[in-house]
Write a protein that binds this ligand. Structure first.
Ligand code: PMP
Length: 282
């Protein structure tokens, strides 16, 4: 694989980042994952807007113009002959002597990008649905910033694996915040319910697209927090993310959701989303 490191394309074996990189020492960095369908980038502009916002919230600026990020993404897709999968990009505050204070102004940010091939459309999880458990949300208070500080989510996902399940939904004060790496939804009383945007959750790019498409299809939406009890009693549940698109949830804490099989709302949204993503990819 060829990867991008600070302006250069190098074979992954030759790629190097400093041990003093603040991403490594402080998790002082942010990332984006752009999915690739048919060799094209899905919702690239949305991911760049969020990257700019995440950096801004941490007092960093875009290290290159959006057009350069686009060129880099396209170069990586071409050099690695990627048809389906993702491009991961990480921007950190760069390398400096270890200090809680930020490095002096002018310290260059680190930029790393790489591709990862994966089947996104034709996936057993999408056909069969996933089983999840609930876990306390022990993350920090700015989950809207897409930082590389992912240990809490990683531990929740490991807890799910140990329980023989696929993923976890995180819970705070009785309300579901989101999945370990996706936004969470339930369908109840004919409406699609997902948590409203705040500092408590990541503002999913797939979430924004799915809500827009659901509105265009005249489906009923409610953006509000929902409880674990509500989720367990719902007709359907599903998650969204750049790499999972729309994926049905068929079990929560050992209890079947609805009939225990993937539901029609999730199936329809997945189909509409993939068609739109393919048509608008760049
Ligand atoms: N929430 C969390 C915590 C995530 O890590 C992700 C995926 N990175 C999402 C939601 C979904 O965001 P997106 O649709 O932009 O991939």
């Amino acid at each position: 694989r060829m990867v991008f490191v600070n302006g250069e394309y190098v074979p992954e074996e030759a790629a190097r980042v400093s041990v003093f990189d603040r991403g490594f020492l402080f998790a002082d960095g942010v990332y984006e994952v752009v999915s690739v369908l048919g060799g094209k980038l899905v919702d690239f502009a949305g991911h760049m807007a969020r990257l700019r916002r995440s950096l801004g919230a941490l007092d960093m600026e875009m290290p290159m113009a959006e057009a350069e990020f686009l060129a880099t993404h396209r170069d990586l897709v071409a050099r690695n002959a990627l048809d389906e999968g993702m491009v991961y990009t990480q921007v950190t505050r760069g390398a400096a002597d270890r200090d809680f204070l930020f490095p002096p102004e002018g310290t260059p940010l680190s930029v790393v990008s790489f591709t990862q091939a994966a089947a996104l459309v034709d996936k057993p999880a999408a056909r069969r649905g996933i089983r999840i458990i609930t876990q306390p949300d022990i993350r920090w208070g700015r989950r809207d910033i897409k930082t590389v500080q992912l240990l809490a989510a990683s531990m929740c996902k490991m807890a799910a694996k140990k329980a023989g399940k696929d993923d976890a939904w995180m819970v705070e004060d009785g309300f579901v915040t989101e999945g370990t790496s996706n936004n969470a939804y339930v369908v109840a009383g004919g409406s699609i319910i997902t948590r409203d945007l705040s500092h408590s959750i990541l503002h999913g790019i797939t979430r924004a697209a799915v809500l827009r498409l659901a509105r265009e299809a005249r489906m009923t939406l409610e953006e509000r927090a929902f409880t674990v009890e509500e989720a367990k009693a719902a007709d359907e549940a599903f998650v969204t993310s750049a790499s999972s698109f729309v994926t049905p949830v068929i079990e929560i804490d050992g209890l079947p959701v609805g009939s225990g099989a993937p539901g029609p709302v999730a199936a329809r949204l997945r189909e509409i989303y993939i068609a739109d993503a393919r048509a608008s990819a760049v």
